[in-house]
Design a protein around this ligand. Structure first.
Ligand SMILES: Nc1ncnc2c1ncn2[C@@H]1O[C@H](COP(=O)(O)OP(=O)(O)O)[C@@H](O)[C@H]1O
Ligand SMILES: [Mg+2]
Length: 368
């Protein structure tokens, strides 16, 4: 957010106002982004939101209807995929099962008709980088999931790309392996210092792995920022709901730093709306505390609770019938009437239909 706050580093890849339609269906809407050297970027969005389409435009497999694709500041719309210094890694890694580790990694260099000595050198160097030295002769089918991932990345790296594009490489894995591979991938990216553009529909994965996230829905980038930015200050209902767990209730922005919801005024940390503008309020379940009714800011009736191991997840309703999800270390009785408490800075206020540029500009007027 607020790009000019950061030192202007030259992006490797930029998209400028990319639109893409197939038949009468607009798949990408005015997509602009910049990707800098050495960062872990994630495109996060539900299935069908346009993530793969953006990646294909960057890789050169798809042509946008309008807009520019830039590499180091130069337009590359007409450069074919194999001439772009980018490499794509797919979900199943697409390794050759009948070739061993060395042969898999050497494959691209052989196609380029490099000398035997150069291939040997280069592959050894890459094996070292991805910590697979000693496994050259190993059959692909005898590798662990993490090792396969590393071979697949090595096979791309050997061609000296400036950036790796990874289209949901972890989505077919079971939960435990997936988590291991998240660490593995993140660690590898940091060690190599190459830009990764990673795609996922899993918000936890995006929060855990990324330096910077683009949230995509219906062919549009709704919000971009660090995981903390996006979690703490979602731009709208969709983002608040999609990323993390949220209580979202309607409210009225009385004036700067004062918002009304469930019939009461609350101090808050937001500003820059019109007086009495209709807004939506986000409060995260982990920011709510259960109290007695007279100590609570709101009164709710407990509907149900589930034990989650490190907390109870409590569902309760206020007098306006808004649902409240609360994480509490103590259990409560069903049907109990209790108070809930929160701090002014836990209240996050969102405007209906606000676009990212306006949102960023508004936040800059009152945030440090
Ligand atoms: N070649 C195509 N022809 C028609 N529609 C397509 C084509 N490719 C993608 N789409 C549509 O574009 C939208 C975005 O698809 P995609 O980029 O694959 O989404 P994601 O990767 O986020 O799941 C979807 O509605 C999909 O059906
Ligand atoms: Mg996809």
């Amino acid at each position: 957010m607020g790009g000019d706050k950061y030192l202007a580093k030259k992006p490797i890849v930029s998209l400028e106002n990319i639109n893409m339609s197939i038949d009468d269906h607009q798949i990408l809407k005015n997509v602009s982004l910049e990707l800098e050297e050495g960062k872990f970027y994630t495109m996060l969005g539900p299935s069908g939101s346009g993530k793969t389409s953006i990646l294909r435009v960057i890789a050169g497999f798809s042509q946008p209807t309008s807009g520019e694709v830039l590499f180091n500041g130069e337009k590359i719309n007409n450069i074919p995929p194999n001439k772009r210094k980018l490499n794509t890694i797919f979900q199943d890694y697409a390794l050759f099962p009948h070739l061993n580790v060395f042969e898999n990694i050497a494959f691209g260099l052989k196609l380029q008709q490099k000398s035997k000595a150069e291939i040997e050198d280069r592959v050894q160097q890459i094996l070292k980088m991805v910590q697979l030295t000693g496994l050259e002769e190993r059959d692909i089918n005898e590798l662990s999931g993490g090792q396969k991932q590393r071979v697949s990345i090595a096979r791309s790296l050997v061609l000296n790309p400036r950036m790796l594009l990874l289209d949901e490489p972890l989505s077919a894995l079971d939960a435990k392996l997936r988590k291991e591979m998240q660490y593995e991938l993140r660690e590898l990216q940091q060690r190599l210092g190459i830009t990764f553009l990673f795609i996922t529909h899993d918000q936890e994965e995006a929060l855990a792995m990324s330096d910077f996230i683009f949230v995509i829905n219906a062919g549009e980038i709704l919000q971009s920022g660090t995981p903390v930015d996006i979690y703490d200050e979602p731009i709208n209902h969709f983002v608040a709901d999609f990323i993390g767990q949220s209580n979202i209730v309607p409210g009225i922005m009385v004036k700067d730093f004062l918002v009304n919801f469930v019939g009461k005024d609350f101090e808050c940390a937001d500003a820059g709306m019109r007086p009495n503008e209709q807004v939506e309020i986000v409060l995260r379940p982990e920011d709510l505390d259960i109290t007695s009714v007279d100590q609570g800011k709101l009164t709710v009736r407990v509907d149900s609770q589930i034990f989650r191991g490190d907390f109870y997840e409590i569902i309760a309703y206020d007098e306006d019938d808004n649902e409240w999800q609360i994480q509490s270390t103590n259990s409560v009785e069903d049907d109990a009437v209790v108070g809930i408490n929160f701090d002014p800075e836990d209240i996050h206020v969102m405007r209906y239909g606000e676009k990212e540029q306006d949102f960023d500009a508004r936040l800059e007027t009152y945030e440090d």
